[in-house]
Design a protein around this ligand. Sequence first.
Ligand code: ZN
Length: 238
Amino acid sequence: MPRTFDDARRWARFGTSLLVEAADRADLDDDGLGAPSALPGWTRGHVVAHVAANADALGNLVHWAATGEPTPMYSSAEERAAGIERGGRLPAAELVAWLRRSADALETAMAALGDQQWRSPVVTAQGRTVPATELPWMRSREVCVHAVDLGTGPSFADLPADFLAALCDDVVGKRRNGPGPALVLQAADTGGRWELPGEGDTAHLTGPLHEITAYLTGRESALTAPGGGPAPALAAWL
Ligand code: ZN
């Protein structure tokens, strides 16, 4: 079933709570936000800063939709990188406060949009023109996936099954246009099935939906090839 606008609004709120709780927990943790996240080369602080900066950036697109005045997500690639770098320097309490404040501001700004404004076209950081109704989905992906990347507890198994299925649809849609192995993925628990055209003999991979999602998004996954070996390697996603 295709995802709806209301689904995405719900997932964005769910993921935000999950992420804020996970960041709070990391702050109390001995290793704190300076510890490595599950993303190569990123501390937990980098992940939190990236998600906070993402809320500010999506807020620019909400402003664009609300007023018609073009306000891009980031003024430059340097600005985006600088947002992440701040994560390595800010004290943990300030970083978590920025995460909360930016998420609340985005939610408030989105709640104020009218039907006509939601339908306004905006341009994403990847250069895609989309109606503003896509923004809650973009935010859902960020908060839900990075809550797992933080590495302080939440896993893909903690995310709603309908979100995981929508994310698999989204990632498969993007991967379809790039290089990679031919795959058929079957979710043993929910019956979801995804096909990816690609190189070589088609590998049939079966596992729980959350493992399939982790695999497709390039995260650590327990999914194995039919013979028991590792699942074929995938290129980076996004
Ligand atoms: Zn991200």
